[in-house]
Design a protein around this ligand. Sequence first.
Ligand code: 4NP
Length: 159
Amino acid sequence: MINVLFICLGNICRSPMAEAVFRHIVQEKGLQRQFHIDSAGMGSWHIGNPPHKGTRKKLESLNISYEGQKARRIDPKDLDKFDYIIAMDQQNMDDLYALSTVTHGAEIRKLMDFVEDAKEKNVPDPYFTKNFDYTYELVQKGCEKLYDYLVSKHFKEKK
Ligand code: 4NP
């Protein structure tokens, strides 16, 4: 089982979008039994809330399910439970490292680092930009590349 946790600030806009998009990709490939996928936020403002309306509308327009997704705050134990912690921006990275000084097993990476020649190094926050389409474009590309990375790392024979 490969455990993947997406992280953003509020866990209502970007990381729930990435969670839903990544799960959709994995399901399309029939690998859902190989992955545990979740998301969490660094902040606690929206605990228990569904994804933001802008994220919901975008996902609905693409028939991508976000069923059952509710905001939660990261738990320091997540750093042990998950193999990959995928942050949306550098602030999330800094906050993740500030959570603990202990070295954990998780690989902590930024989503956009998986995209060669990415337009952005950080996924812009549509809570502030209001541009859910552009955020989706980046999240979708990032999730595809993350999927390729994980599949070649875990499921393809290394030569
Ligand atoms: P997210 O966006 O990190 O992509 O979920 C935000 C949502 C809410 C807040 C900030 C960012 N907020 O300050 O409430």
